[in-house]
Design a protein around this ligand. Structure first.
Ligand code: GDD
Length: 394
């Protein structure tokens, strides 16, 4: 892959927040040769392959169409470990079984390694309870519903498998070639980073919508533009300089090095992606004390890379739009580093969008604790013996 070196970087404490980088060539050949220009980096296929071998791709899924899942599976590079964490209904039709059958059939044909697990498996809750990792539980002692919760279980499985990088790709993507590009972007970002504490976020070139006059290639999602604006304001309040650096506040497609992933606190449901940024600012921004001095010393890099492929995914309509606004701006509002003036603006924004009523504040969502210190071998032992939905192939 051949892509921009970061042209612009916002520095915030120990964090380097790089501006969006473009992809010039999806495949730039085998050799890590110099690029034609010093403004570009060429990441050879061999280097990408070496990183993919150490990477797990987590696919959170809840009741998506199987044809879409099958397409996503086909787009993931062979050497990555695929991990599906499902919260699909098991009755009246066992959708999870269909997903597992599809995955197993795919693996049989291509000879690939994969893990699959249901989020609500009582054996999973047992394993988490026994290692004392319960911030992910609902009041019934089972893993909560939510995309973040699915991602979190996926991260634990990736750690259990000894992976160094974990990427996330939604199950409802219509274009397998785009999925493949996301993973190449993840690997290229990792190859370019200068620290073991790295996050690579995908910025979609277009998110097309069907309109009366045909396809309309819009640039922004309805929520992401607003989320980015408030994340940028948060940075600007501290630096004193307005910035537009953050462009991927809601990006579901992203990758984190395990060393960084296990230090972060995660926010429930669909607020997970913006809160990753908020939590990085909280932990490593130098505003409040942190226990992670080694990461502070080595530095944190956040890269944002614009795709060549447009993002075609299943449109779920406006149903959870208000929930997304509430969660995305709410996690900024409730941050311990959110300046009071920004809190006032968030309230105005949410009231203007009829997301909250007069006198209300955004919901304070549940948080999931860092997993650096968990007993992963104990977790693995109990999971293997008690989680009946858990399957491994490869
Ligand atoms: N395991 C699991 N558990 N997966 C879930 C759950 C859950 O409770 N809820 C949703 N998912 C899966 C979906 O099946 C899909 O694969 C992925 O999570 C994203 O969910 P969607 O319902 O498709 O979300 P969206 O399209 O509205 O929003 C996506 O894009 C946003 C940016 O535009 C998500 O990725 C958001 O997180 C992202 O901010």
């Amino acid at each position: 892959m051949q892509l921009d070196v970061p042209r612009y970087t916002e520095r915030f404490g120990a964090i380097s927040l790089h501006g969006v980088q473009r992809v010039y060539e999806l495949d730039s050949g085998f050799i890590d040769a110099n690029s034609a220009s010093e403004a570009l980096r060429r990441i050879g296929n061999e280097q990408i392959f070496q990183i993919e071998r150490k990477m797990a791709i987590v696919i959170p899924i809840k009741g998506e169409r199987l044809k879409l899942l099958e397409g996503v599976l086909s787009g993931i590079p062979h050497d990555c470990l695929t991990i599906i964490v499902s919260n699909s209904p098991r009755q009246p039709v066992d959708r999870y079984k269909l997903e597992k059958d599809s995955l197993e059939q795919f693996n049989r044909f291509v000879g690939k390694s994969s893990l699959i697990l249901h989020q609500k498996d009582p054996g999973l809750s047992d394993a988490l309870r026994e290692i004392g990792y319960m911030s992910i539980f609902d009041s019934d002692g089972m893993v909560r519903n939510g995309k973040a919760e699915g991602m979190m279980v996926g991260m634990l499985l990736a750690k259990m498998a000894g992976k160094e990088y974990v990427g996330f790709i939604d199950a409802d993507n219509y274009v397998p070639g785009a999925v493949n590009e996301y993973v190449k972007i993840f690997a290229s970002g990792i190859a370019m980073s200068n620290t073991p504490y790295t996050m690579v976020r995908v910025s979609w070139i277009y998110k097309p919508k069907v309109s009366e006059s045909g396809l309309y290639f819009s640039k922004w999602g309805r929520v992401s533009e607003i989320t980015n604006q408030y994340l940028n304001s948060m940075v600007s309040y501290y630096t004193g300089f307005e910035t537009e650096v953050m462009r991927t506040g809601n990006s579901g497609e992203h990758c984190i090095s395990m060393k960084l992933a296990e230090l972060l606190t995660y926010s429930s449901g669909f607020s997970v992606e913006p809160y990753e940024i908020v939590n990085v600012l909280e932990e490593f921004g130098g505003i409040i004390p942190t226990e992670n001095q080694e990461a502070m010393d080595k530095g944190i890099e956040i890269m944002q890379v614009e795709t060549r492929n447009p993002h075609f995914h299943e449109e779920k309509g406006d149903v959870h739009l208000k929930e997304m606004f509430n969660g995305s701006l709410g996690c900024i509002y409730h941050s311990k580093i959110c300046p009071p003036k920004l809190r006032e603006k968030i309230i105005e924004e949410l009231r203007g969008k009829n997301v909250i009523d007069e006198g209300q504040i955004p919901d304070l969502l549940q948080k999931i604790s860092p997993f650096k210190n968990i007993e992963i071998s104990q977790f693995s032992k109990i999971l293997h013996s008690r989680a009946t939905s858990f399957a491994y192939s490869g």
